[in-house]
Design a protein around this ligand. Structure first.
Ligand code: HEM
Length: 418
């Protein structure tokens, strides 16, 4: 039996979990045919996903000259074709590298993400969060309704990562449009739009890096452009790093904030519990949101370099494999009541829930996990303290969701004050 999957289907985007549960029952890895006609192997169990993410026989390096299903910012449904030169340059980042090359690229960015460096931006995040929430509050009071994605979940992470990278604030709307397009299934976009977005991103970062060379600031891109060590990135690697950090730094965190807010607005008892418990309550909400609403639905695609036996199912050499993090995080063999939003499973001292896989696992485990947790831990309590009467302005069942197999979250979240 061949299973078919159309990741652009709005009903699948809204709730893919019944499909993933059925696939999990079929075995450790299941071959599906995607809407563009290509085959992929989905891995939906928790232990099997961990195995895939640590197995060196599964490579992160894209197959040469064909549009593989995805990369860090994939067009999951693009037909096999040559990548544009610009796209090829932007895709030469650490998530698309293995072994020594991966370690070299990761080491270049890692100093910006040490606990000390990340914790040092807490005060700045607090200030940015207050500014964003102030704007949202004013809008709600004036216009009666607002969109929590556009007015809260998007602007905050983009301001934070722009600060760290040194991206001017004025450019963030363009960047949002371009990264949305390169991270969405091509079938959901007008023809040629994804290709133009890759071109725009390439042009944008080329100019930005040239500017950093001439006028360095106190930011990560300036630091990297002035690295004179033998391991220093070349121009192409710099472009790719800037693109990855921007994309990874806000698309994911935006969806963590949007999903957490949606879950709290639809689970008032959990909102009350978090507000009563303070920091430990909010961090339990954040961990449970990461598990329940995994902002990266799938890890990036891996390719088998030889046949791989995964718990009795043999995946052939050269196959595209997707560890579906959102499905692994709802594996009923590992998580009790997996579809229930239950923050207390991550309450301090409660060791019943295993670690979720929302930040991945193994050598490519998320570099920005501490930053994402910090942002959410600062922003969510401030949002609900400033706006205790916040309510959804629409039924949750009709909210549109981000299509595709990579990024997961609501596209809009209309809210009002009670
Ligand atoms: C809720 C927010 C976030 C989630 C859910 C998330 C999730 C992930 C996951 C699952 C991976 C591994 C993908 C794979 O193995 O294919 C990853 C890698 C990565 N993330 Fe995050 N991420 C988040 C926020 C951030 C932030 C704020 C940054 C900082 C800029 C960041 C930077 C990175 C980088 C650079 C990698 C590549 C690491 C490598 O290849 O070694 N992420 N992230």
């Amino acid at each position: 039996m061949t299973l078919h999957l159309d990741p652009a289907d709005p009903a699948f985007a809204r709730d893919p979990h019944a499909f993933y549960a059925a696939v999990r029952e079929l075995g450790p890895a299941t071959r599906v045919t995607l809407a563009n006609g290509t085959d992929a192997w989905l891995v939906t169990g928790y232990h099997q996903a961990r195995a895939v993410l640590t197995d060196p026989r599964l490579s992160n390096v894209p197959a040469p000259q064909t549009a593989r299903h995805t990369s860090a910012a994939p067009s999951t449904e693009s037909p096999p074709q040559a990548r544009s030169a610009q796209r090829s340059v932007l895709e030469r980042h650490m998530l698309n590298a293995d072994a020594d090359e991966h370690r070299r690229l990761r080491r270049l960015a890692a100093p910006a993400f040490t606990p000390r460096r990340v914790d040092a931006v807490a005060a700045r995040i607090g200030h940015l969060a207050d500014t964003v929430i102030g704007g949202l509050t004013a809008k709600l009071r004036q216009k009666a309704d607002a969109d929590l994605v556009d007015d809260f979940a998007f602007p905050l992470p983009v301001l934070v990562i722009s600060d760290i990278l040194g991206v001017p604030e004025a450019d963030r709307l363009d960047l949002r449009a371009w990264t949305y397009r390169v991270g969405s299934p091509a079938a959901t976009l007008p023809s040629g739009q994804a290709a133009r977005a890759w071109q725009s991103l390439h042009g944008y970062f080329t100019h930005l890096i040239a500017r950093k060379r001439r006028h360095p600031g106190d930011d990560l891109l300036s630091l990297l452009t002035h690295d004179r060590t033998p391991q220093a990135p070349d121009d192409g690697e710099l472009l790719a790093m800037a693109f990855l950090l921007l994309f990874a730094g806000y698309e994911t965190t935006m969806n963590l904030l949007a999903s957490a807010t949606l879950l709290l607005l639809t689970h008032s008892e959990e909102l009350l519990a978090a507000r009563t418990a303070g920091d430990p309550g909010w961090s339990a909400v954040i961990e449970e949101t990461l598990r329940h609403a995994s902002p990266l639905e799938g890890a990036t695609w891996r390719r088998t370099t030889e046949p791989v036996d995964l718990g009795g199912t043999v995946i052939p050499a050269g196959a595209s494999v997707l560890a579906v993090l959102a499905a692994a995080n709802r594996d009923p063999r590992v998580f009790a009541a997996p579809h229930t939003f239950r923050p207390r499973r991550y309450a301090p001292g409660n060791r019943t829930a295993p670690a979720h896989l929302a930040f991945g696992h193994g050598p490519h485990v998320c570099l920005g996990a501490r930053l994402a947790r910090l942002e959410a831990g600062i922003a969510l309590p401030r949002l609900f303290a400033a706006l205790p009467s916040l309510r959804l302005a629409t039924a949750p069942a009709v909210l549109p969701w981000r299509p595709g197999l990579l990024v997961r979250g609501p596209l809009t979240l209309p809210v009002r004050l009670a």
